[in-house]
Design a binder for this molecule. Structure first.
Ligand code: F3S
Length: 387
């Protein structure tokens, strides 16, 4: 693997032990995956932020590092909202360990916006090289924005943030971004909402595994693509997809798809995922809500009072920029929390059955929260939470 003179010096330890170890990690990754060089990144997004997932061992490792991020670096959601953890019912013992994790990342210069939607807060453009680790963010960056990132592990993303570079392999290269399977959607309905795209992603991810799908017959907006990609990354290993005439690379590139396998998905296959299971809480914002989603939730909750716990998750920056909308949502008794989500917060483990409007949450809630998950439209979520 080619290293520049400055990179060679860093590898020899001239910039300190932490950077030496971080670069060793990046070079080792690069060698495993056949990278010829490192590439500079515009930003990093670092998973392994919830104490629920990294535990004492991860915290000790973070605390042992001594360097600062040299590119904008954002954390993935943690186990609690930093400012409202008591109100959410987080145990003080957990909160103390979570705060120690946050403090360790802060010392490393990682921005404490804890979100899986960093693209709402930091400009990310077509062709940017990134080192992001949360799978839905990776899918959105690659597919909807046309930026380039592999799905980094937490340590790899942190190493990239501290060094400012990542090994140039996989989805950083044109040759690995071509579609591998065509997905044809057959539906008589002209409009699919976010939940339905999430359910389509849930179903498609199971069918395609790690191939890059090329969709035909759908025209989702950005929030719907966010839901589609998040779910495919959860049930499959899809880090990039294309949609004919919609996603930026599909618009700019004449992909040759005539020799690819075609999978046809009927609307009825998606219908089967929507059930009437009784539930005891509702949680939306997986991935974290966009401003438009918050406005929609506020509109639907207007004049209503929730009768079941109703959690809405969004990035702190999005909440701050939409405070009137958030206040309108909370007037109903629903709660809008930053920094965390229904999957990484231990609070959600108290429920037996959780309703979501996300294909990704449908996939993760059973294992991560020990609860039954039911998917429904945002209208159904509000209806169930207020009836
Ligand atoms: Fe984000 Fe949590 Fe869903 S990290 S994508 S809200 S599982």
């Amino acid at each position: 693997m080619f290293l520049s003179p400055d990179e060679e010096k860093m590898l020899a330890g001239e910039n300190g032990e932490t950077l030496q170890k971080m670069l060793e990690l990046l070079v080792a990754l690069g060698k495993v995956f056949g990278a010829e060089r490192l590439v500079s990144i515009r930003s990093a997004q670092v998973s392994g932020a919830s104490f629920k997932t990294i535990g004492e061992y991860g915290l000790a490792w973070l605390s042992s590092l001594d360097a600062r991020a040299v590119v904008p670096a954002v954390l993935n959601p943690i186990g609690m909202p930093r400012g409202r953890w008591e109100e959410m019912g987080i145990e003080p013992v957990f909160a103390a360990r979570q705060q120690a994790v946050i403090a360790a990342y802060k010392r490393l210069g990682v921005n404490l916006e804890c979100t899986c939607t960093p693209y709402y807060l930091h400009e990310t453009s077509f062709g940017d090289h990134l080192a992001w680790s949360e799978s839905s963010a990776v899918s959105y960056a690659n597919s909807v924005i046309g930026a380039r990132t592999n799905r980094e592990g937490g340590p790899g993303a942190l190493a990239a943030a501290l060094v400012g570079k990542t090994p140039c392999y996989g989805l950083h290269l044109d040759k690995n971004r071509r579609p591998g399977v065509v997905i044809e959607i057959k539906s008589d309905e002209t409009y699919w909402d976010i939940a339905r795209y999430g359910a389509l992603g849930y179903h498609t991810g199971k069918l395609v595994g790690n191939k890059i799908p090329y969709f035909q017959g759908i025209a989702p907006d950005h929030d719907q693509m966010k839901a589609l990609g998040a779910a495919m990354a959860a049930t499959g290993a899809v880090a990039l997809y294309h949609i004919h005439g919609i996603t930026p690379e599909a618009r700019r590139t004449q992909f040759i798809i005539s020799d690819l396998e075609i999978i046809r998905i009927e609307s009825s296959e998606i219908d089967q995922l929507f059930t009437n299971t009784p539930i005891d809480a509702v949680a939306v914002g997986c991935p974290h809500c966009s401003p438009a989603e918050l406005i929609d939730i506020a509109r639907l909750l207007n004049g209503k009072t929730v009768t079941k716990p109703f959690y809405v998750f969004a990035a702190q920056g999005v909440i701050d920029n939409n405070s009137m909308t958030v206040n309108a949502i909370e007037k109903s008794g629903a709660r809008v929390y930053a920094d965390t989500c229904m999957v990484v917060s231990p609070v959600m483990e108290q429920y037996q059955a959780i309703m979501v409007n996300s294909g990704k949450a449908l996939a993760y809630v059973p294992d991560m929260c020990g609860a039954v998950a039911r998917i429904g439209s945002i209208e159904e979520c509000v209806e169930v939470a207020t009836s």
